[in-house]
Design a protein around this ligand. Structure first.
Ligand code: FCB
Length: 490
C-alpha cells in the first residue's frame, strides 16, 4: 500500500513528466496546419438553457451583527466548540455583505446569466415572525438591483438552513408547524417586495439533508438527535412550510412569479442499464423520496413509505396534504453523488440497493462519490416518476484541494474533469428530451462549507480568507467556454 508520502511523491513525479511533455510543442501530423475549430461543434444544450452559479447566505455574507440581523441556529451551532472541523464560523465568511458589488462582477465575468443566492430569514425577521426588519431586506434589494444592472437573473432561495434562533428557542424550530406558518408569512413578505425584479423563488434548500443531519443525527444545526417519529414530523412540517410558501407567493407576488423547491433528491441510479433495473430505479426514486418530493408532487405519502414508517409515520391532515401539494412551476434538484445503485428485486416494492465497495472513487470531499451518470439518470427518472416538465439542477460541483501554484494560479484539473464528465451526461439527458432547463454550479467562490468550515473549497473563484482576495481558478475558463458555446466538448 502506498503511504502518504509516496503517493504525494508519485503525483509530483507524474506532474513533472506532464510539464516536460507540454514544453515540447506538438507538431500536427504531416506538418499540415489543423483547421480552426468550429465554435459551434460539440454537444449542444437546448437554446435558452439557463447557466448559473449558486451560493447561500450564511456561507458567504458575514456581517452577522449588522443592520438588525437576528441570530440563526447556524450562528449558535458554529460557535459551539467541537462542531466545525477547523473551529471557524460564518461571522465574517466572504464578507459578501460588504463586497457584493465586487462579487457580482465576478459572476458577470464568468459569463453566467443566472445567480442563485439565498435570503437570510433572520435578517428579514430577526425573531422569525412578528416585526420585520426593513434594513435586512434592503440588502437583498441592493443585491438584486446590482445583479440586474449586470444582466444577471436573480434566483432567490428563501431557506438555506439559517433558521432564526428565536423560532428554535420558542417553538422547537421545525418540530412545530408554527415554524411552517412563520415561513409562509416570511415568503409572502419577501415575494411581495422583490417579485417586481425576482421572478424565480426556491422555497427550501435540501430538506433531505438538514432534516436528518440537523434533527436526527446531531451533525448539523440545531444539533438534535430526535427519535424517528419526530424526525418524520419535522420533515412533514418542512413540506408544509414549502406548500404554505407556494400559496403565499401566489397570493402576494407579481403574476408570473415562479416557485419550486431545491432538494438533494435521494439519487438512485440503475447499477447496470437493463429495462428491469431502470424500472427498479424508478420505483426506488419514488419510494426513497416519498417523505418530501413525493408528498409535494403526489399529494400523498406512498403506501410503502407509511408501511415502512409504521408507528413513526408523520401525523397529518387531508387539508395539510392539499397545501403541501400546491402546484409548483419547477423542481430544483441538487445532484452531486450517486447515492443508491439499484437493481431489480422480486421483493416488494421491487428494488434492491447494492453496497458500495470501499474502493469506490470520490472527489476531495469524501462523501462526493464520482458518478457522472447520476446527473443523467436522476432527472430522467424524476421526470418520468412525477411527470415533471421543468427541472433545474439547482446545485452541482465539487471541492478540490485547490493549491495555489507558484505562479499564483489555481489549476483545479480535478474540478474541470468532474464538471466535464457531469456536463457531458447532463447534455445527454437534455438531448434525449429530459426537461432540464438550467444548471447552477456550486459554487461561485470558496465559502463556509458548514461543518467542514473553510477547509473544503467548492468555488470557481479561490478566496483568501485573510485578505478576502478572489482569484479565478482554471475552472472559470472552462465554465465560461461551455456557457459561451452552450455546448460541452468540441
Ligand atoms: C449542499 C448544500 C450547499 C453546499 C454543497 C456543497 O448540500 O446545499 O450549501 O454545502 O452541498
Amino acid at each position: 500500500m502506498f503511504g502518504r508520502f509516496s503517493r504525494r511523491r508519485f503525483a509530483k513525479l507524474a506532474g513533472f513528466s506532464a510539464l516536460g511533455l507540454a514544453s515540447t510543442p506538438a507538431k500536427p501530423a504531416g506538418g499540415q496546419p489543423k483547421p480552426a475549430l468550429d465554435q459551434n461543434a460539440g454537444a449542444g444544450f437546448p437554446d435558452g438553457f439557463v447557466w448559473g452559479t449558486a451560493t447561500s447566505a450564511y456561507q458567504i455574507e458575514g456581517a452577522v451583527d449588522e443592520d438588525g440581523r437576528g441570530r440563526s441556529i447556524w450562528d449558535t451551532f458554529a460557535h459551539t466548540p467541537g462542531r466545525i472541523a477547523d473551529h471557524s464560523n460564518g461571522d465574517r465568511a466572504n464578507d459578501h455583505y460588504h463586497r457584493y458589488k465586487e462579487d457580482v462582477r465576478l459572476i458577470r465575468d464568468l459569463g453566467v446569466k443566472a445567480y442563485r443566492f439565498s435570503i437570510a430569514w433572520p435578517r428579514v425577521f430577526p425573531q422569525g415572525a412578528g416585526a420585520p426588519n426593513p434594513k435586512g431586506l434592503d440588502f437583498y434589494n441592493r443585491l438584486v438591483d446590482e445583479l440586474l444592472a449586470n444582466g444577471i437573473e436573480p434566483y432567490a432561495t428563501l431557506y438555506h438552513w439559517d433558521l432564526p434562533q428565536a423560532l428554535q428557542d420558542r417553538v422547537g424550530g421545525w418540530q412545530s408547524s408554527a415554524t411552517s406558518k412563520a415561513f409562509g408569512d416570511y415568503a409572502g413578505y419577501v415575494a411581495e417586495r422583490l417579485s417586481d425584479r425576482v421572478r424565480n423563488f426556491f422555497t427550501v434548500n435540501e430538506p433531505g439533508r438538514f432534516v436528518n443531519f440537523g434533527y436526527g443525527w446531531n451533525i448539523d444545526a440545531p444539533g438534535l438527535k430526535l427519535p424517528q417519529a419526530e424526525v418524520n414530523q419535522v420533515r412533514h412540517h418542512v413540506a408544509l412550510a414549502h406548500g404554505l410558501a407556494v400559496q403565499a407567493i401566489r397570493a402576494k407576488a407579481r403574476a408570473g412569479t415562479r416557485v419550486g423547491m431545491a432538494e438533494n433528491i435521494a439519487a438512485c441510479v440503475p447499477a447496470i442499464d437493463t429495462p428491469e433495473n431502470i424500472r427498479a430505479a424508478e420505483i426506488a426514486t419514488r419510494e426513497l423520496n416519498a417523505g418530501f418530493l413525493g408528498v409535494i408532487l403526489e399529494g400523498k405519502y406512498t403506501d410503502a413509505f407509511l408501511a415502512y414508517a409504521g408507528a413513526d409515520a408523520p401525523k397529518f391532515t387531508a387539508e395539510e396534504l392539499k397545501i403541501i401539494s400546491s402546484p409548483n412551476d419547477f423542481v430544483g434538484l441538487n445532484i452531486y453523488a450517486p447515492q443508491f445503485y439499484v437493481v431489480a428485486s422480486d421483493r416488494a416494492p421491487g428494488f434492491d440497493v447494492l453496497p458500495f465497495p470501499a474502493s469506490f472513487p470520490h472527489m476531495n470531499s469524501e462523501w462526493l462519490r464520482i458518478g457522472p451518470e447520476t446527473i443523467y439518470w436522476v432527472p430522467r427518472l424524476a421526470a418520468k416518476v412525477w411527470k415533471i416538465d421543468t427541472i433545474y439542477i439547482s446545485e452541482n460541483g465539487t471541492s478540490s484541494s485547490d493549491e495555489l501554484a507558484a505562479d499564483g494560479k489555481v489549476y483545479d484539473l480535478d474540478r474541470i474533469s468532474f464538471l466535464r464528465n457531469y456536463l457531458t451526461q447532463l447534455q445527454r439527458a437534455t438531448a434525449e428530451g429530459v426537461p432540464v432547463r438550467g444548471y447552477f454550479l456550486w459554487s461561485l467562490m470558496d465559502n463556509f462549507e458548514w461543518i467542514f468550515g473553510f477547509e473544503k473549497r467548492f468555488g470557481l473563484y479561490r478566496v483568501d480568507f485573510d485578505t478576502q482576495g478572489r482569484v479565478p481558478k482554471l475552472s472559470v475558463s472552462f465554465y465560461r467556454d461551455v456557457i459561451a458555446r452552450n455546448a460541452i466538448g468540441i
